[in-house]
Design a protein around this ligand. Structure first.
Ligand SMILES: Nc1ncnc2c1ncn2[C@@H]1O[C@H](COP(=O)(O)OP(=O)(O)OP(=O)(O)O)[C@@H](O)[C@H]1O
Ligand SMILES: [Mg+2]
Length: 470
């Protein structure tokens, strides 16, 4: 449609401009004839070397000398009679009544009139009165007749050709555009078809990637998104699987003990009761952890407020002392304000302390510390236990992900994923590394990009492991 509009517009413009040009050319031609005639009229008769004595002689000489164009005819109306310039056509117009009517009208007004001849179509008639005071026989007139039909028909013919070519071009362009847009949009159709085939239960389908254009880039993005979705769904499924397993074990224990319970023996009842309460506690803890993890994706999981970092570190250390008989140490304490949810961060640090206690023995060191880095606040728990093998360092942060554990440990492997969820809710992260002396150091890194986080000095009180100066 756009091409059609543009080509039609171009045609109309060319037609208008060319028509105006034709009118202009004829105007100039007429002006030139008039100028030539007036010049001759002012001059002298070559026969007498005197000014022209009569209208007849002037018109005779003018017609003799003038060479007319193909589409022009000069008619001289002299007192002695009318005569016309030699011309390949045109004399028939002199017999047309319409022509006579135009002449009659022009005799009074002069100038040029457009006459629509039945035979010659568009004709311009210009009348020039010729007078000579010295000639007693009377006045005459010079009539310039211009036939425009040839030029107009030529323009019409050209435009007809143009119109035919326009229509053919439009057909061609339409087919090319259809073909090309079909080719360009084919990957989009494939994308749509593949996307509608992908359901929550089957995320394994991928859209074929070919080419190197924007649509391929989009396809790649969608495939990447599907990868992540599949990972997410897979993780979710594994999580539910693991949670189910973990809950089934205590239930089996409960059932087994209840079946074997000898209600008549008060001793057996007491023993079983204690055991079962223990199992129920364990189950309650697991359910509590699962609920906490489910909540962690909610926006109101953390409610950050400005908290004094030094105070926070000291409080957690004081609380952690109750977890076990260890050498509790403050590595270094940063003073300053950080915008965090104090309860959640305390909960995360206590989880880390709990792990540290589990993996160390009485007399071992467990250290707590905090520092202001260039762009982040770090909070860490360090112990001198066996540490986490490099191969397990990603796994331990996963839900139900566990590495080596001390014998008869009752953990589920959810503690570190809770810590990771709390760090993520603060836009931070948690990782484990090797400290000096050997052991494990779990570090929570929180960005200080928040406007109300005020940086301050870190006072190192470390005896064994000063935090690297950053
Ligand atoms: N301080 C540590 N030293 C050595 N290994 C650790 C330490 N902390 C955690 N781990 C390893 O990481 C695994 C995951 O820890 P996580 O706290 O998630 O689970 P858990 O302590 O086993 O169980 P839960 O915390 O749910 O009671 C643990 O099983 C243990 O192998
Ligand atoms: Mg734990």
């Amino acid at each position: 449609m756009l091409t059609g509009l543009a080509m039609t517009g171009a045609g109309v413009l060319v037609y208008t401009l060319e028509s105006a040009q034709i009118d202009n050319d004829i105007d100039q031609q007429i002006d030139q004839e008039i100028a030539e005639f007036r010049q001759l009229e002012r001059g002298t008769d070559p026969q007498t070397q005197q000014p022209f004595a009569s209208v007849d002689s002037l018109l005779d000489l003018y017609l003799d000398r003038n060479v007319t164009d193909d589409d022009e005819m000069l008619v001289a109306y002299a007192p002695s009679g009318a005569q016309r310039s030699p011309n390949r056509f045109g004399e028939a117009i002199l017999e047309e009544p319409g022509y006579d009517a135009v002449l009659t009208e022009l005799r009074t007004t002069g100038g040029t009139a457009v006459y629509d001849s039945p035979r010659y179509r568009e004709v311009w008639v210009t009348l020039l009165p010729v007078e000579n005071a010295a000639d007693p026989t009377g006045d005459g007139a010079l009539v310039i007749v211009n036939f425009l039909d040839d030029e107009r028909s030529e323009l019409d013919r050209t435009l007809r050709t143009y119109a035919v070519i326009t229509v053919l071009s439009l057909v061609l362009i339409t087919f090319l555009a259809l073909w090309q847009s079909g080719r360009l949009l084919a990957p989009l159709r494939t994308l749509r078809a593949a996307a509608s085939d992908i359901t929550a239960s089957d995320l394994s389908r991928r859209i074929p990637e070919q080419g190197n254009d924007d649509i391929t880039a989009l396809t790649r993005t969608v495939n990447g998104m599907l990868d992540r979705l599949e990972d997410g769904f897979e993780g979710q499924r594994r999580f539910i699987d693991d949670a189910g397993h973990e809950l089934r074990t205590p239930l089996t224990v409960l059932r087994g003990h209840l079946e074997l319970l000898d209600a008549a023996s008060p001793e057996d009842v007491d023993q079983t009761r204690e055991l079962l309460l223990d199992e129920v506690d364990r189950m309650a803890r697991l359910v509590g952890d699962l609920i906490l993890l489910a909540k962690s994706s909610r926006p109101d999981f953390v409610r950050p407020v400005p908290v004094d970092l030094g105070g926070l570190t000291a409080t957690v250390l004081a609380k952690a002392r109750g977890l076990g008989d260890r050498r509790w140490v403050a590595d270094s304490t940063a003073s300053g304000t950080v915008v965090v949810d104090e309860q959640r961060i305390t909960q995360a640090l206590l989880q880390l302390c709990d792990n540290a206690v589990k993996h160390t023995g009485p007399g071992d060191t467990v250290a707590l510390g905090s520092s202001y880095g260039v762009d982040a606040v770090r909070l860490w728990v360090r112990d001198t236990g066996p540490g986490v093998p490099v191969a397990d360092r990603a796994k331990v942060f996963e839900r139900f992900g566990r590495s080596a554990m001390p014998e008869d440990d009752e953990g589920f492997g959810l503690g570190l994923s809770i810590v990771a969820a709390i760090a993520a809710a603060h836009e931070g992260r948690v990782h484990v590394e090797d400290p000096v002396p050997p052991g494990a150091r779990f570090v929570i890194t929180l960005p200080t990009g928040r406007p109300s986080t005020v940086g301050a000095a870190t006072v190192s009180t470390a005896e064994e492991d000063p935090w690297p100066a950053s």
